[in-house]
Write a protein that binds this ligand. Structure first.
Ligand code: HEM
Ligand code: SF4
Length: 553
């Protein structure tokens, strides 16, 4: 994990002092709402339906146990006892009092965290695969590249006033996209060519209004030029991006309007100016950064599948099921990654209480080198668990209610806060998630169905990633009433693909029966081992449409 240097710490404490003063002046009436707005946004603070919302940055989703405990303390002392894991791996607080925010930021700074660049028209938190560094399929650890990008982007004055917010993700797994780079403003794919590291760079992806998959702009950017190349893309965006209309301001609209070829040519022209300049990375710098992500002290004497694990798998059915659902292979023999699904029925997906944050910190210390990771599916991962410790860990997770074996299954939903908290919402999303979870409560049936991503957003901003859900649910408003539009066939796994609209939207009470009918059709039509989304791709939308709107079914 990246450990702050003295100047990083100084930067944060100066920022906290500055915001404390700005907040004081606002509360004293010396700053108007309009004057305070950009200042609070620069510190991750939105004003929402009922209260401010504070978004805390979690670079590439990595958290130490000390940070987890601080997040728990903040939830307890300054919020309503819980925090929320967002689809960009950040942590959000829904109920802080404005006057407490400087204290919260000071508490965060104590553990090397902040809320800088988590909102506003700037480069946001850089994300990657939640299994970065432990995924056997990746060609190298993407996190040092994320950290290099993060340091370049933080307080970069040239990119402090972009036309719109900007999201960068890095993926180092070939033939799969666990970081969802296809739907980011810039997606960076780590590739090796002739023994050299380089990057395939995509630009112009994004969800929200007008969802799009990014276009390849740089086919192979050698590693020393990563920052110069990214800077070239951002310059083109800064120069030509639309600043008149917020809805046309994202880079995806620019790439689409110019066409990938023109955009590439403009980028190459900027890159020619920047190449070999001061931003060129050196082997020393990259090595130093890699040093921050050194391998934990694994026991290298361990082999695969210890006897203790085999025995537990053979003797305990519930553990066996959880192992096959929520445990992921690890590149280090004898270790595994464990996902805790934060999807308890009756609670908003991604919510975690202060006590649970403390408990996860304890478990991370006992079982996982004192580290955990947040995921874009709003879950938490303990990344480095010895396989012979999986059974005792599972027992503890079970007692905490974190061992529901539903990772990637239909009830492991992504959902935005929707109308319950968000002032932009057209409809509620949390009660829809809950209704689906209550209906599909038979674990055997869920396992039989296999992986199905259900993603729910309360409006077209798509915080809940509905476009890339195998089943997407979007809240829409028609004359003051809440309806739900279903999309099918979206995906964010091997490739990013935007789902297709099924047809007219449904009443809230129709969502569960419609999903049940779509799933029934899948069960009737699937080939052995075929996923829901693959059956959908094979059959096309028509039979699903027919079934969803069938009245005699
Ligand atoms: C309650 C406060 C929130 C507000 C006011 C808010 C606002 C927005 C807005 C305005 C957009 C659209 C931006 C655009 O036009 O491109 C957006 C997109 C997004 N938001 Fe939120 N959001 C909130 C909460 C969340 C939460 C809780 C999550 C995660 C669960 C989230 C994650 C995202 C993501 C991933 C996008 C995707 C947009 C893209 O890729 O283009 N937001 N949000
Ligand atoms: S999708 Fe819409 S309703 Fe949901 S959090 Fe985002 S802005 Fe709010």
């Amino acid at each position: 994990m990246y450990v702050y240097r003295p100047h990083d710490k100084q930067l944060l404490s100066e920022r906290v002092a500055q915001f404390r003063d700005q907040t004081r002046r606002y509360l004293d009436g010396q700053l108007s709402n309009d004057e305070f707005l950009p200042l609070r946004l620069q510190n991750g603070l939105y004003i929402q339906r009922y209260a401010p919302m504070l978004r805390v940055s979690v670079p590439y989703g990595m958290l130490s146990s000390t940070q987890l405990r601080m997040l728990g303390r903040i939830a307890r002392e300054w919020d309503k006892g819980y925090a929320h894991v967002s689809t960009r791996q950040n942590i959000q607080y829904n109920w802080p009092d404005l006057e407490d925010v400087p204290d919260i930021l000071a508490a965060l700074a104590e553990v090397e965290m902040h809320a800088i660049q988590t909102s506003g028209n700037c480069i946001r938190n850089v994300t990657t695969d939640e299994f970065a560094g432990i995924n056997a399929a990746e060609i190298e650890d993407p996190r040092p590249w994320c950290e290099i990008i993060r340091q370049w982007a933080t307080f970069n004055p040239e990119f402090a006033y972009l036309p719109r917010k900007f999201k960068i993700a890095v993926n180092a797994v070939p033939d799969a996209d666990p970081a969802l780079i296809g739907v980011h403003d810039i997606g960076v794919q780590v590739v090796h060519r002739d023994g050299e590291t380089g990057f395939r760079v995509l630009a112009g992806g994004g969800l929200g209004r007008t969802p799009m998959v990014g276009e390849v702009i740089g086919d192979f950017v050698p590693w020393p030029h990563l920052l110069s190349y990214l800077e070239a893309i951002l310059r083109v965006y800064n120069k030509y991006g639309n600043r008149d209309n917020k809805y046309k301001a994202r880079i995806k609209i620019l790439v689409k309007a110019l066409g990938a070829e023109k955009f590439r040519a403009l980028t190459e022209a900027e890159f020619a100016e920047l190449k070999d300049g001061p931003m060129t990375l050196t082997a020393d710098e990259v090595d130093t950064m890699r040093g921050h992500f050194s391998t934990p002290a694994y026991d290298t004497a361990l082999g695969q599948r210890p006897a203790a694990l085999e025995e537990a798998l053979a003797s305990n059915k519930a553990f066996n099921r959880w192992f096959h659902t929520n445990v992921t292979a690890h590149r280090q023999p004898g270790y595994a990654a464990v996902t805790l699904t934060l999807k308890k029925t009756g609670r908003a997906p991604g919510d975690i209480t202060d006590e649970e944050l403390d408990a996860v910190a304890d478990l991370a210390e006992t079982y996982s080198f004192a580290e955990a990771r947040t995921t874009h599916q709003q879950n938490i991962v303990l990344g480095d668990v010895r396989q012979d410790q999986l059974f005792p860990l599972w027992e503890k997770l079970d007692a905490l209610g974190f061992a529901t074996p539903n990772l990637k299954l239909l009830t492991d939903m992504i959902a935005c806060p929707g109308g319950d908290f968000c002032s932009l919402a057209n409809a509620k999303s949390i009660p829809i998630a809950e209704a689906i979870q209550r209906h599909f409560d038979d674990m055997d049936y869920l396992h039989d169905l296999g992986p199905i991503d259900v993603n729910i957003s309360g409006c077209m901003n798509a915080c809940g990633h509905h476009h890339i859900g195998h089943i997407g649910i979007l809240g829409v408003d028609k004359k003051g009433r809440e309806y739900y539009q279903i999309t099918l066939g979206g995906r964010g796994d091997k490739v990013s693909k935007i789902g297709e609209k099924l047809g007219p939207s449904f009443d809230a009470d129709q969502v569960v029966p419609v999903i049940a009918r779509l799933v029934d059709l899948y069960v009737e039509q699937r080939k052995p081992d075929e996923l829901f989304v693959d059956t959908y791709e094979r059959l096309g939308i028509e039979p699903f449409k027919e079934r969803a709107y069938a009245t005699d079914h």
